[in-house]
Design a protein around this ligand. Structure first.
Ligand SMILES: Cc1ncc(COP(=O)(O)O)c(C=O)c1O
Length: 487
């Protein structure tokens, strides 16, 4: 007995020896605000609500912090799920078209979804992606230049790892920015340069800002290697016009050694009279440009919303074969991306082509996108109408990023709590309404401005309630802190 106790004590001691000091400091330093402190607090509140349901002035936590449509009630894509079911379980029911597609994927998977695929991904799906791209852009695309990935995030990580190995390597990313890019740059110890998007011009990406960020990184002693453009934007929702895309390509052309990373995961999410989506691949080909380009797409967004299946791809344009071989090696180290996600990519880019399946698919797509647009406009108009809040009209993606003018007393109260003022606002919003948003400081923003990001993804029947909660909270926040008095 005594021996067992001694052994357990030793084991306990060994576990305690792994302290935070031993952790890679770059992991500790990296920040990812969309799943940060506000979400942690939401989890705490949710657990408390289970035991003390009457303690909180709301009945549920609504997660508007992340573009995760199915978590907020969006139905999965019907045809894609029918085919996926048959790929996994060939005996399940399905139409002739469903069966044919499932049979083709199963044959291509050689051993089914439980077998590793090639490192770059199943060739049938890469062929489907290449056809989708060439139909979209009017220029050829090759399956050999496509890599299937566990969502766009995994592709971004591969590309960053390929190019960034220390502070001498720079990454230029927008501010505000989806923090995948700052986090990945930190993880690989690179130097981040931020170019500021212009809120007064629908969150445009001005070339003079790109130049400033480029020069800043050079001044810090680093070589800018990667320019990240998110179009349509997250968190801004901006859809960049053609002239802007062309100017960006020219900017890269003038700076040999810079690779353009085009994050185009929201290409299906463009609303109203916003500039239509045009891929950087098309612009590069239209201009007969030779700039190296890596373009990302994902099944997580659009109207597919299959975030949890983790599927995506990137396409290489004007990339040397020796460089491509290194990317293939990186993909090989993880063996392959998950096979269900690969099939889901094929189904996103190659939807049903005929019959009732096509009709149902078109209806589903139209309705989901129209609903997203209605919700975007409704939440944006309601926010814009609030005192001290200004919201750029929604153009694309799944987010609104209103700027908020916070009363001095609120800024002081935030300081006393050692919080950024917009984090203080987002925390009070959560604790008063159950709505989870992300403070603008998690994305980067111009000094002295405050924002928060919210998705407009809650279901249509819930959205009026969300809008009312936002407005009610904002008014009470102003009433509490706005009179100039410090509370
Ligand atoms: C701009 C942007 N890029 C990439 C991603 C990651 O997407 P995935 O789920 O494909 O990894 C997101 C997710 O929200 C995003 O907003």
């Amino acid at each position: 007995m005594a021996r067992i106790i001694v052994a357990l004590a030793l084991l306990g001691g060994a576990a305690a020896q792994l302290t935070i000091d031993a952790v890679n400091p770059k992991v500790v330093e990296a920040e990812y605000a969309v799943r940060g402190k506000i979400l942690d607090r939401a989890g705490e509140i949710e657990r408390d609500m289970a035991e003390n349901p009457d303690k909180w002035p709301f009945k549920e936590i609504v997660r508007c912090n992340i573009g995760n449509p199915q978590a907020l009630g969006q139905a999965p894509p019907a045809f894609a799920r029918a085919v996926l079911s048959q790929v996994v379980l060939p005996k399940s029911k399905g139409s002739k078209q469903v069966k044919e597609r499932a049979d083709a994927y199963r044959a291509a998977l050689r051993g089914g979804v439980g077998a590793y695929s090639d490192s770059q991904g199943v060739s049938l799906v890469r062929e489907e992606v290449a056809k989708f791209i060439s139909d979209r852009d009017g220029y050829p695309a090759s399956p050999a230049d496509i890599f299937l990935t566990d969502g766009a995030s995994a592709g971004v990580r591969h590309l960053t790892q390929l190019l960034v190995s220390g502070p001498q390597d720079g990454v230029l990313a927008p501010a505000p920015q989806y923090p995948l890019y700052s986090a990945t740059t930190t993880l690989f110890d690179g130097t981040l340069g931020s170019y500021y998007l212009d809120e007064a011009a629908d969150w445009a990406a001005p070339v003079q800002e790109l130049k400033k960020a480029y020069d800043d990184v050079v001044e810090k002693g680093a070589t800018p290697k990667l320019l990240v453009i998110i179009n349509p934007g997250n968190p801004t929702g901006a859809s960049l016009p053609r002239a802007s895309l062309e100017a960006i390509v020219r900017f890269v052309e003038e700076r040999p050694g810079l690779v353009l990373a085009a994050d185009e995961v929201y290409q299906e999410n463009v609303y109203g009279d916003a500039p239509p989506f045009i891929s950087f691949k098309k612009i590069v080909r239209d201009l007969d440009s030779k700039i190296p380009l890596v373009s990302f797409h994902s099944i997580s967004k659009g109207f597919t919303g299959e975030c949890g299946l983790r599927g995506g791809y990137f396409e290489l344009t004007n990339i040397d074969t020796a460089v491509k071989a290194q990317l293939t090696k990186l993909a090989s180290v993880s063996l392959c991306s998950n096979t269900m996600g690969q099939v889901a990519v094929g189904l996103m880019v190659n939807p049903p082509t005929s019959g009732p399946e096509l009709k149902a698919y078109e209806k589903e797509k139209k309705e989901k996108l129209a609903s997203l647009e209605r919700r975007a406009n409704k939440v944006a108009a309601a926010l814009d109408a609030l005192e001290g809040v200004s919201c750029v009209r929604p153009q694309g993606a799944m987010y609104l990023f209103p700027s908020i003018t916070l009363p001095d007393a609120a800024v002081k109260a935030a300081k006393r709590s050692s919080m950024a003022p917009d984090a203080f606002y987002a925390l009070r919003l959560l604790e008063g309404t159950g709505l989870v948003t992300v403070p603008g400081s998690g994305f980067g923003q111009k000094n002295g401005t405050w924002h928060f990001r919210t998705t407009f993804l809650p279901a249509e029947k819930q959205i009026d309630n969300v809008v009312q909660k936002l407005a009610g909270f904002h008014e009470s926040f102003l009433a509490k802190y706005g009179g100039g008095g410090e509370l």
